[in-house]
Design a binder for this molecule. Structure first.
Ligand SMILES: [Zn+2]
Length: 424
């Protein structure tokens, strides 16, 4: 049957079949000699190569016979504007942060280049969707240029902007974000981040969180990342007061999670990064009750002496969890699959759980689980091709190991081939 010709369908893109020795949709069983049919950026169907080729004789076929197709990685917490090799030493966290702040003036000269390289690295590691946080959204151009999709969360520091009031600071950052959202590629957008409990005052935090909800925007925050943060929020003392001496709102007697709830930061649209230090059962209950999602960044937590996030308990209690790499000054790579493999070994997960966290888990955490994160008809064609033909009982672990070790050979976002190793 011929389809009606509408203006939009006069020059339809030629459908493309991505075919490989194994397709692992994550949402369903693996398909040997599998294939994904892509039409107008979305997955039109998924099945065996022979079925899809027979039913779509006009489709272009891109073959990866000895590889595996998986959903593209979703990075739920990254910073693009850092570069490898010359970051501050690791923990304690407050020493690292003080060294980072000292270098901010020097960093300005190379942030854009670092962001371009970081984004490229992420693409070459199979990342298709990224939640990036950077001061005033400074890394949005590089994320948009990379071919990945996702959101850049513009961090703001109220004492530096506006008219000196929380209202002025929040007006300023939302106006900046509104301007940044103009002219972006499809599926790339900008929202606001309340950087942390110790850098943004409670009133500015509250207003920014409320405004985000009014706008229907998600909100990124760092919460309970370090022992120093716990000490600041609870007692108003410790290493962070040496850096941010003027911040008078610490000493609440609360855990950072409870404090964040009090200032209205926690909601289903919030992605809370790290949650590494002293996150109690009660805190996990607060996260679950408020619907807050968690970004698990285990390698950064390890590097900065921040402890181990109680991710198994969070998952058991229904908290949505995804994997974040953080940035190159606190983490060795922007490779989500490598980060997930670290999490697998840290928590004793099986490979399937690791691959889920790196893909559909992250998509659900960011509220885009209906659009990406697994290979299903109707979702965007966001996928990675990994140079491995797994055998044995745990193919997912073999895939994670290969992808962690530079094994991604192609990355497709919204049906566009944004990386193909063979083509350089
Ligand atoms: Zn971070």
């Amino acid at each position: 049957m011929r389809e009606a010709v509408t203006p939009e369908s006069v020059t339809p893109e030629q459908p493309v079949i991505y075919a490989s020795g194994l397709v692992l949709p994550v949402s369903g069983p693996a398909i040997r000699d599998g294939a994904v049919l892509v039409r107008d950026g979305r997955i039109s169907s998924i099945g065996t190569i022979s079925d899809l080729e027979r039913d779509n004789p006009n489709a272009e076929v891109r073959r990866f016979p000895h590889q595996t197709i998986v959903p593209g990685a979703v990075n739920v917490h990254a910073h693009l504007g850092f570069r490898r090799g010359d970051g501050p030493e690791g923990g304690p966290f407050s020493n690292w942060l003080a060294a980072l702040i000292e270098r901010l003036p020097e960093k300005e000269a190379w942030t854009a280049e670092a962001a371009r390289n970081s984004a490229r690295e992420a693409v070459e590691a199979g990342t298709t969707f990224m939640a990036e946080s950077s001061p005033y959204g400074e890394c949005l151009p590089q994320l948009a240029e990379s071919g990945m999709v996702g959101t850049v969360y513009a961090e703001f520091f109220p004492h530096d902007i506006g008219d000196g009031t929380p209202e002025g600071a929040v007006d300023f950052i939302f106006e900046e974000a509104r301007k940044l959202r103009e002219g972006l590629p499809e599926r790339v957008d900008c929202a606001v981040s309340v950087h942390s409990t110790y850098t943004v005052d409670p009133e500015s935090s509250r207003l920014a969180a409320r405004r985000s909800r009014e706008m229907g925007w998600r909100l990124a925050v760092h919460i309970s990342e370090s022992p120093e943060e716990v000490e600041f929020v609870r007692n108003g003392t410790g290493g962070l007061t040496a850096i941010f001496g003027s911040n008078e709102w610490g000493g609440t007697g609360l855990s950072p999670v409870r404090y964040a709830e009090n200032i209205e930061l926690l909601s289903p649209g919030t992605i809370a990064a790290h949650l590494a230090t002293e996150v109690s059962e009660e805190d996990i209950g607060v996260l679950a009750r408020t619907g807050t999602a968690a970004a698990h960044c285990p390698r950064s937590n390890d590097f900065l002496d921040c402890g181990v996030s109680p991710v198994p308990r969070m998952i058991e209690r229904g908290v949505r969890v995804g994997i974040g790499t953080d940035g190159l000054w606190s983490s060795p790579s922007l490779n989500v699959f490598e980060e997930a493999l670290f999490a697998v070994d840290l928590h004793g997960f099986d490979g399937a759980t690791g691959l889920e966290l790196a893909t559909i888990g992250g998509a659900r955490a960011l509220g885009v689980g209906d659009e990406t994160g697994s290979l299903e008809a109707g979702k965007w064609a966001d996928l990675a091709v990994v140079d491995v033909a797994p055998s044995g009982s745990e193919p997912e672990r073999q895939i994670l190991e290969a992808a962690a070790d530079g094994g991604v050979v192609a990355t497709v976002a919204g049906g566009r081939l944004i990386y193909n190793r063979d083509e350089g």
